[in-house]
Design a protein around this ligand. Structure first.
Ligand SMILES: [Zn+2]
Ligand SMILES: [Zn+2]
Ligand SMILES: [Zn+2]
Length: 138
């Protein structure tokens, strides 16, 4: 399935209508390849002439999170959003605390930790965020 077909089928499975605004927000996230805040998405769409308002972006992001079109990346100032595992491979982030750049990390070595859960239950997912100072800032 193409990215667009996956997107449409996630909406259909959850009885959600595909609006132009929803499509525009999805396309913005797809083109940026980094987590974006609702305000950033709103500003990018407005710059491109969209008549969308900020509350619509917020509402759409909540809905997208609920049906796993996007996943949240929690930050102090604002929650960021990126396309979910339905669209991008599993990865982690290294965030520079100086310039706030978010770098994508493809390696995942969580198996040991996950297996240490052992008899306590079954791990369904994990979220690990790395912070530090990037080479451009040291
Ligand atoms: Zn930096
Ligand atoms: Zn990411
Ligand atoms: Zn991982």
């Amino acid at each position: 399935m193409s990215v667009q077909e996956t997107f449409v089928s996630l909406l259909h499975q959850n009885n959600t209508r595909l609006t132009q605004h929803a499509q525009d927000i999805f396309d913005t996230l797809k083109s940026q390849k980094r987590p974006l805040s609702a305000v950033e998405i709103y500003e990018m769409l407005s710059d491109n002439g969209s008549k969308i308002d900020l509350s619509t972006v917020h509402r759409t992001m909540e809905r997208f999170c609920g049906i796993q079109v996007v996943q949240p990346v929690y930050r102090d100032k604002a929650t960021l959003y990126e396309l979910s595992h339905h669209f991008v491979p599993h990865h982690h982030h290294f965030t520079c605390t100086q310039c706030e750049t978010i770098y994508e990390i493809d390696t995942c070595v969580m198996d040991v930790l996950e297996s240490s859960v052992g008899d306590l239950g079954e791990v369904t997912h994990h979220s690990v965020e790395l912070f530090g100072v990037c080479n451009r800032c040291v």
